[in-house]
Design a protein around this ligand. Structure first.
Ligand code: GTR
Length: 328
């Protein structure tokens, strides 16, 4: 009996070990992506899958599920955190409500421009955001570019904060964005990305906000033709993996994984620049009016209560906010 139980124990332990290494290394992972075919992130994620397989000699593989087929972004974030999905390309916007450090990038106008964002991410502030995410179940492997987000709507050109007054504006799931629209006198409407087109079309919302590539790829430009270059949010995106899956990998495999991710990100950033131009041209050709806002100071000043509330709710994040603001 004693002997039997030892054998059983040994078998169970071996099975567990095999199971562990199998699930950590040999199993095909699943990757979540919201974007459609041809979008820079989609192409770059496929490249990541290809590189990972190649560099690991088939030991690490991932099947990408594009176009949000595995669900909305907030749900997918939870799934990656729980390990139900292994890989995701997430915008830091919907990650903010979960990871406080990652939420600082969702403060409107915190970055001067996209280059400033890269300098911040490459520095100590970027490390703090990285560490924050890892604590909450997600290890960022590389950053993708998502340009700057601006307002668009079906009613009128937005040139000054008062033009937002009374407009129903779709935002991503994050109280900071609801606060941002409310501070401009608009009515925020948090909603999943996939629902926005129909909501714009049927007038459930008057407008939304996004970068040129998403404004174009979703067809939003067909139903909300006034795009105003407010560039109020510059939010990076992460290509990331579940923390437990990452920790179960050998240091060599972690290195391969990061290399594949960084190469994929380099491709994404290059494609992003091209797509921004192409999308802008396409929406203009499709009849959208693009309004420049040379002086954004009114919009910036209107964000004061948003910052005040954020810092009152997260006093410990003040140094990180200041670190970003003081990064040249
Ligand atoms: C896009 C971003 C997506 C998603 C979307 C949205 O620019 O790449 O991840 O966040 O915006 O507005 O929901």
């Amino acid at each position: 009996m004693r002997f039997m139980s030892k054998v059983t124990l040994a078998i169970a332990a071996t099975a567990l070990l095999i199971g562990f290494s199998f699930s950590a290394q040999a199993k095909e992972w699943r990757g979540w992506n919201i974007h459609v075919a041809g979008y820079p992130n989609t192409v770059a994620m496929d490249k990541f899958a290809e590189l990972l397989k190649e560099k690991s000699g088939g030991k690490m593989t991932v099947k990408m599920y594009h176009a949000g087929t595995l669900g909305s972004q907030p749900d997918a974030i939870e799934q990656v955190r729980a390990g139900a999905l292994e890989i995701g390309n997430f915008n830091l916007g919907p990650l903010g409500p979960i990871v406080p450090e990652a939420n600082v990038v969702s403060l409107p106008f915190i970055f001067k421009d996209v280059d400033h964002m890269w300098r911040v991410l490459d520095g100590k502030a970027g490390d703090m955001i990285n560490e924050g995410m890892s604590k909450y179940g997600i290890v960022p492997l590389a950053w993708y570019d998502a340009g700057a987000r601006s307002f668009y709507n079906s009613k009128k050109a937005i040139m000054k904060p008062e033009d937002v007054t009374g407009l129903k504006v779709r935002v991503m799931n994050n109280d900071l964005y609801s606060g941002m629209i409310a501070a401009l006198g608009g009515n925020p409407s948090p909603m999943a990305f996939a629902e926005v087109y129909q909501s714009l079309k049927t007038g459930v919302v008057d407008g939304a906000e996004n970068n040129y590539p998403s404004y174009e790829s979703t067809g939003h430009f067909e139903v909300a033709g006034f795009y105003s270059n407010s560039q109020h949010l510059i939010i990076p995106e992460t290509l990331c993996i579940n923390t437990d899956v990452y920790n179960a990998l050998s240091p060599e495999d972690q290195k391969i994984l990061k290399e594949a991710a960084v190469e994929s990100a380099m491709l994404q950033r290059q494609l992003w620049k091209e797509r921004e131009k192409a999308s802008k041209m396409k929406v203009e050709a499709g009849g959208s009016t693009i309004n420049e806002i040379p002086d954004k100071s009114g919009f910036q000043a209107a964000m004061k209560p948003v910052y005040e509330k954020f810092l009152a709710d997260n006093p410990n994040l003040k140094p990180l906010v200041e670190m970003i603001q003081n990064t040249p």
